[in-house]
Design a protein around this ligand. Structure first.
Ligand code: FEO
Ligand code: CA
Ligand code: CA
Ligand code: CA
Length: 668
């Protein structure tokens, strides 16, 4: 079979305008097929989803809040097939829930306690799903309800802790006295795809799910207390108050991390340290036990773009999505051997590349250079006391990997405006990082830096920007890099003064391509390439600043290369203060280089994107439509509203398959 990968040299579709409609809008000549939705059954025996709050058994249904996704091609024999365009396994994260729509009349509390059945349902709606997708001909996509590959991974699924922090005293719980195993994964946001056909799911805002009663602080060691505070494990309820349920079931009581006794293995005080990891899943083996890869560090993991080049270490680029947090890179000890891509013991290959390596954190210098600072025991000084934190001295490498935020503080890493997804250009190897936004209360003008230069009015950097970097020597092993700012978000309809046009709309956007709060980021796949391959860079938004004029969206961009942009100066204004930042290289967008491809339904976020290998089907995640409504006031009826203008049903997060009506390549 001769296979030719086609990708456009220029964008070939008509831009989609702003939209507040309750549908997924795509360019003329494209069609939308709704695929797996919240609640869709994943076994033959599971009932159809009633979508009225009475449904149960979410361990056998698609979870809520469709986030990052990846299409793993499947051969007729059920093995990985990188060229399979009509059959694959859709692996998707279920980051969170819209609690209101999961119960008949919204969530309830009886006598101060959450009902047990409501809590069980909410827990099981989180995690990851694997579902078989098929195209039965002429772009007729559907999922296979009774596929033996279908799987739900939930916060209750057994996990192995792997790598240098496994077995650390910090990881020991009543479930795992030796700290080498745990249960489940939660708040799975973006992802990473290994070169050996496994999925990396990333635990982001896990900290909020834990309850710690007010007396817990006094019983913690100074090290644990500093860690819990630095990571924001501060709630005295925990999200959705799960541990208020009246039960001795430890799958529920463990969400209360309060110290109960003298022995760490009697209670779940250490449960928060079992979360915040990158988790490797083998989607082709439904019986496999996922492995938490502790060598990649513990933080608010957004995603983990993996770069594997023969003869170089495997690199993983990872954002920590919280205001003022950092960009990290993991570098394996072993060099990538392309023969490992076909090893059927995929998690053993993961052991080789993801359990033995070095974690680095990024420092962005004002001159356009950058450094990767190693988070290695013996090379990290104590974190000095600052603010409410006492000084922190690291005990060993496990301590550093469990607390990389503290180690990165100590090394002087560069605080960023909420690092979200990372994506690598498959042709140039350059890495793109979305910085979604930062508000002024957390990042005043004097907290700006060269890579995060904007702060204006009383709103900080509400529209976000995208940074890109090129490793020196084009190797994942590089300790230095060059960087620039690829693009700044802006709401152009809000830029009605000369100051705003110059200092907010820095990238010269117009209404065909303006956007705010970039989040999802993805390059067209590189497959068997013949001739020129021009990967399109896809940008997805999770916006709160522009939703008065348009729902969240996805754009297609032609990426260029580090250093090819236009010089610019940012002048910041915050009350009486005016701060002039240095001049950096930027890129002026044009409708030819950046174009809006899709706008989603009401109150959704667009997150999760992949393509079939031939580039002719694009899969996109539509997350939490109608999230500001409630059971008595439903604000979106998507996806029913996609084809029925008088729909009345509750909204459901879902995956859509987008195809071109002439069967052509997307965006060509
Ligand atoms: Fe779950 Fe940072 O987005
Ligand atoms: Ca995100
Ligand atoms: Ca976001
Ligand atoms: Ca989200």
């Amino acid at each position: 079979v001769t296979y030719v990968r086609v990708s456009p040299a220029v964008l070939g579709f008509t831009a989609v305008e702003h939209s507040l409609a309750d549908t997924v809008v795509v360019p003329t000549g494209y069609s939308v097929t709704v695929m797996t939705r919240l609640g869709d059954p994943l076994t033959a025996a599971t009932s159809a989803y009633a979508n009225d709050g009475t449904d149960t058994d979410f361990a056998n249904r698609i979870g809520d809040h469709a986030d990052a996704l990846h299409y793993f091609g499947l051969s007729a024999a059920g093995a990985p097939d990188d060229m399979a365009n009509t059959r694959g396994l859709m692996v998707q994260n279920h980051e969170n829930i819209t609690e209101e729509y999961l119960h008949p009349a919204g969530p309830t509390t009886i006598g101060g306690a959450r009902p047990l059945d409501e809590v069980r349902k909410e827990i099981e709606c989180h995690g990851v799903s694997v579902a078989e997708y098929v195209d039965s001909g002429n772009r007729t996509w559907s999922y296979v309800q009774d596929s033996s590959f279908n799987r739900r991974i939930t916060p209750n699924t057994p996990m192995t802790l792997s790598g240098p922090a496994a077995g650390s005293a910090w990881m020991r719980t009543a479930y795992s006295a030796n700290g080498t195993s745990g249960r489940g994964t939660i708040n799975n946001c973006a992802n990473g795809i290994s070169a050996w056909h496994t999925n990396l799911t990333c635990e982001e805002n896990w900290a909020g799910y834990f309850r710690r009663d007010s007396g817990d602080d006094a019983n913690r060691t100074p090290a644990q207390l500093t860690s819990l505070q630095r990571y924001g494990v501060r709630s005295t309820n925990g999200n959705y108050r799960w541990s208020s349920a009246s039960t001795t079931d430890t799958t529920i009581t463990r969400w209360n991390a309060t110290i109960l006794g003298a022995d760490a293995t009697e209670d779940f005080r250490n449960e928060p340290f079992q979360f915040g990891w990158v988790v490797e899943i083998d989607p082709y083996d439904p019986t496999s036990t996922p492995r938490k890869r502790t060598a990649l560090g513990r933080f608010g993991h957004e995603g983990a773009f993996v770069r594997a080049v023969a003869g170089q270490p495997v690199g993983a680029y990872m954002g920590d999505d919280s205001r003022g947090e950092y960009l990290y890179k993991y570098v394996s000890n072993a060099n990538w051997n392309a023969g490992d891509a076909d090893n059927a013991d995929r998690l053993a290959v993961g052991d080789k590349y993801l359990d033995h390596g070095t974690l680095y954190v990024a420092r962005f210098n004002a001159d356009g250079t950058g450094e990767w600072l190693p988070l290695v025991f013996g090379q990290v000084p104590p974190r000095p006391a600052s603010g409410s934190y006492p000084a922190y001295t690291f005990a060993d490498q496990a301590d550093i990997l469990i607390n990389p935020r503290l180690a990165a503080d100590a090394l002087g890493a560069t605080p960023m405006d909420r690092p979200e997804w990372t994506a690598g250009n498959p042709v140039t190897g350059e890495i793109y990082l979305t910085l979604t936004n930062s508000n002024n209360s957390n990042r005043p003008v004097d907290g700006t830096n060269a890579a995060n230069p904007r702060s204006y009015w009383n709103s900080g950097n509400p529209n976000g920007h995208i940074v890109r970097l090129r490793e020196d020597g084009d190797t994942t092993a590089a300790r230095t890099f060059a960087w620039d700012i690829y693009m700044f978000g802006a709401d152009t309809l809000d830029c009605d003064t000369a100051f705003e046009q110059t200092n907010i709309n820095i990238s010269d956007l117009d209404t065909s391509n303006d956007f705010s709060s970039p989040d999802g980021a993805y390059f067209s796949r590189e497959s068997a390439v013949s001739g020129q391959f021009n990967p399109v860079f896809w940008i997805q938004t999770d916006d709160g600043a522009m939703t008065d004029v348009t729902n969240c969206m996805m754009l297609a961009a032609m990426p260029g290369t580090v250093g090819d942009g236009n010089a610019f100066t940012v002048t910041n204004t915050d009350g009486a203060q005016t701060t002039t930042q240095g001049t950096h290289v930027g890129a002026l967008a044009t409708p030819a280089s950046l174009r809006r491809f899709l706008v989603g339904p009401v109150e959704c976020e667009i997150t999760g994107v992949d393509m079939t290998p031939d580039g002719r089907t694009l899969f996109v995640g539509i997350q939490h439509p109608g999230e500001r409504g409630d059971a008595g006031n439903v604000t979106s009826h998507w996806p029913e509203s996609q084809t029925n203008a008088s729909a009345t049903s509750r909204p459901r997060s879902a995956v859509v398959a987008i195809t071109k009506d002439d069967g052509g390549v997307i965006a060509l």
